[in-house]
Design a protein around this ligand. Structure first.
Ligand SMILES: [Zn+2]
Length: 255
């Protein structure tokens, strides 16, 4: 292949990649047939049969979205300036496409200033659960996913990547999990593993530990989210402190 032809192919691939990124991030709406909007929050979804509902359930689904939007307003980081678009996938194929190949996650958020795009993996509205392609710890309540991702959205000023510089990942994710009041990891198993020192390298367990650390600071040390953000201690320091506390006293932070 001559140099000129190689450059042309590389150029075409680059253009296709840019088109894909623009479509998958900024034009998600074209992949969904229905939209429900309440003030600054919009939910995008497809035929409701694809989410295990009947056609007659549409009004109650819209009402559910309305109530969920009101719950978002109770978020301590709520910001009415933020425009939140939530795209609810009805298939793994659509999520894989829209998530830019981070296809095993439950959901993800992209922020550009006040514009926030939340993409949520395959959802079953008959049970109100989101199910990812992971083999274990892959199910979460839809509501907790929306609360987790919207906390990222409310907290992010320019782009979520910049959050990594202002706050350690464990604290950012721990705060979101604490507000969502749920982890994909089972609480009992998580606490048993934690207190016995049994290792688990899964992302699900890591997020469980992040939530545990923030719950300790909030419930045991009685710190506000603002104080938690300013705190200079690292994750292992916090986790070592928690290890001194009996199981029954830790467990109540989760309920
Ligand atoms: Zn997150």
């Amino acid at each position: 292949m001559n140099k000129c032809k190689k450059k042309l192919i590389e150029g075409i691939i680059l253009i296709l990649l840019v088109i894909y990124l623009i479509f998958s991030v900024f034009c998600c709406g074209i992949f969904f047939k229905n939209k429900y909007t309440n003030e600054n929050v919009s939910f995008y979804y497809n035929d409701i049969e694809n989410y295990n509902l009947n056609l007659s359930d549409k009004a109650s689904l819209d009402n559910y979205f309305y109530e969920l939007t009101n719950k978002l307003k109770a978020n301590p980081f709520y910001n009415p300036e933020k425009k939140i678009k939530i795209f609810i996938c009805d298939s793994y194929g659509l999520y894989t496409f829209l998530s830019n190949i981070i296809y095993k996650s439950i959901g993800q958020t992209r922020t550009f200033g006040n514009h926030n795009f939340i993409v949520i993996n395959k959802t079953d509205f008959s049970t109100k659960k989101v199910i990812s392609q992971n083999k274990t710890n892959n199910i979460r309540n839809f509501e907790s996913v929306v609360l987790h991702e919207s906390t990222h959205a409310f907290r992010t000023k320019i782009h979520s990547l910049f959050n990594r510089f202002s706050l350690p990942v464990w604290k950012e994710e721990g705060i979101c999990e604490s507000i969502a009041s749920e982890s994909s990891y089972k609480i009992e198993t998580g606490l048993q593993n934690f207190l016995s020192g049994k290792s688990d390298n899964s992302k699900s367990y890591k997020y469980f530990e992040y939530r545990l650390a923030v719950l300790y600071m909030k419930n045991y040390e009685q710190l506000s989210y603002e104080e938690i953000i300013k705190d200079k201690r690292n994750l292992s320091e916090i986790l070592n402190n928690i290890k001194q506390i009996p199981y029954k006293d830790i467990e109540i932070w989760f309920y």
